[in-house]
Write a protein that binds this ligand. Structure first.
Ligand SMILES: Nc1ncnc2c1ncn2[C@@H]1O[C@H](COP(=O)(O)OP(=O)(O)OP(=O)(O)O)[C@@H](O)[C@H]1O
Ligand SMILES: Cc1ncc(C[n+]2csc(CCOP(=O)(O)O)c2C)c(N)n1
Ligand SMILES: [Mg+2]
Length: 343
């Protein structure tokens, strides 16, 4: 016998559900939130001597995730992780998140749709708790199409004038990455070959479905004055290193054999593994520069750190990024990571 349709959720009931999820016992708290969900604005009080950092990122159905392939908890986790990773890149600590959500009316009319929303919020909430990031507000709207659209705004703070920028690397600085590269691309490629949704959960290692924003590493880099510049790897090393080089007015030399390849790339040919590591986006690792004389630990906050190359002053005839393959063989590395509007 067909089960009766559930009571459809309206805007207010949905906001109530969100508010309940994020104010439950064990929910993320932060002293900086003087007033959270429920009024026209939230009120934040950053710690004394700190300044505010703000970043915003879309998570759009069929651009950043597919409802038929990504578990809803992964969509919620990734939505928040994208913003947290930008804060990590600048060495900032999260104060609060704001979530703007447009949902197709249909989704709130079925039990399955309502469960999707509940699991999305649970995935978001679980990562928010891990990183002390309360949801302090947002906006809710009916989507004009049959597509789920989310935008995350992250507010963070860092000691005044101390945030890590892309533009402050020095000539002869060494370049490092956290964790490993290419895993997100490898996992996404495998997902795209499937015809049904993954059942993976955040407790497994899933670089695409559940990336871990490197907030603890960013905070150590800032606190211990280890790095001169940093960026997070959202669009791919080739594109994000280009941003760092251009912002700092430098060029880079990278050793391809030094790149820490994620174990998920082991099934690929050497060329495809390298392609995933260099051009595949969404690893959400950090790329940072540090003076060659600075002793950089092999691990920071339990995350492996690998030296991958060096920065140099620009020189006529030398490419912005040179990739060394061993012996005398090298090639120019052009930015070929993810770019919207390019396909
Ligand atoms: N529509 C927009 N209006 C104003 N500024 C924008 C707009 N889109 C991007 N920017 C700004 O451009 C800069 C680069 O944006 P981008 O989204 O590429 O950031 P990113 O951190 O390099 O990548 P990601 O979005 O993957 O985190 C940021 O300072 C961002 O605030
Ligand atoms: C269904 C689906 N197809 C492709 C991708 C890959 N992808 C989408 S956006 C992006 C770069 C970061 O985004 P942004 O530049 O918006 O921050 C990448 C690598 C995906 N995640 N899901
Ligand atoms: Mg970024």
């Amino acid at each position: 016998m067909a089960r009766s349709a559930p009571k459809p959720l309206g805007e207010l009931a949905l906001i109530e559900q969100i508010s309940r999820t994020f104010s439950s016992a064990g929910a993320a708290r932060n002293k900086a939130v003087a007033l959270g969900i429920g009024d026209d604005c939230a009120i934040l009080r950053p710690p004394p001597g700190h300044e505010i950092l703000v970043t915003t990122d879309f998570s759009l159905e069929n651009r950043h995730f597919r409802r038929d392939l990504h578990p809803p908890a992964s969509v919620g986790h990734r939505c928040l992780a994208r913003g947290l990773s930008d804060l990590a890149a600048m060495g900032a600590a999260p104060l609060a998140a704001f979530l703007s959500l447009a949902l197709p009316a249909k989704i709130l009319r079925t039990r399955r749709g309502q469960r999707w929303v509940q699991d999305f919020l649970a995935g978001f909430h679980s990562l928010a708790r891990q990183h002390n990031t309360p949801l302090a507000g947002g906006d809710t709207s009916e989507s004009p199409a049959d597509l789920i659209l989310a935008d995350i705004i992250l507010i963070g703070s860092a000691p005044r004038g101390r945030s890590l920028r892309r533009s402050d690397a020095h000539p002869d600085d060494a370049l490092y990455v956290t964790g490993s590269l290419g895993g997100a691309h490898a996992e996404l490629s495998a997902l795209l070959k499937r015809t049904h949704r993954s059942r993976s959960t955040a407790s497994d290692s899933h670089p695409h479905l559940y990336p871990q924003p490197r907030l603890a590493v960013g905070s150590v880099l800032l606190r211990r004055h280890l790095a001169t510049a940093a960026i997070d790897l959202s669009d791919g090393l080739s594109t994000d290193l280009t941003h760092l080089c251009e912002s700092s007015g430098l060029r880079a030399e990278i050793d391809s054999s030094a790149l820490p390849l994620h174990s998920l790339t082991a099934k690929l040919s050497r060329q495809d593994a390298l392609h995933a590591a260099v051009h595949g986006g969404e690893d959400y690792e950090l790329l940072f520069a540090a003076p060659t004389a600075m002793r950089i630990p092999r691990k920071i906050a339990d995350v492996p750190i690998t030296r991958i190359g060096t920065l140099h002053p620009p020189r006529a005839g030398k490419p912005l990024i040179t990739l060394h393959h061993g012996g005398d063989i090298s090639s120019e590395l052009k930015p070929a990571g993810w770019q919207h509007f390019s396909s």
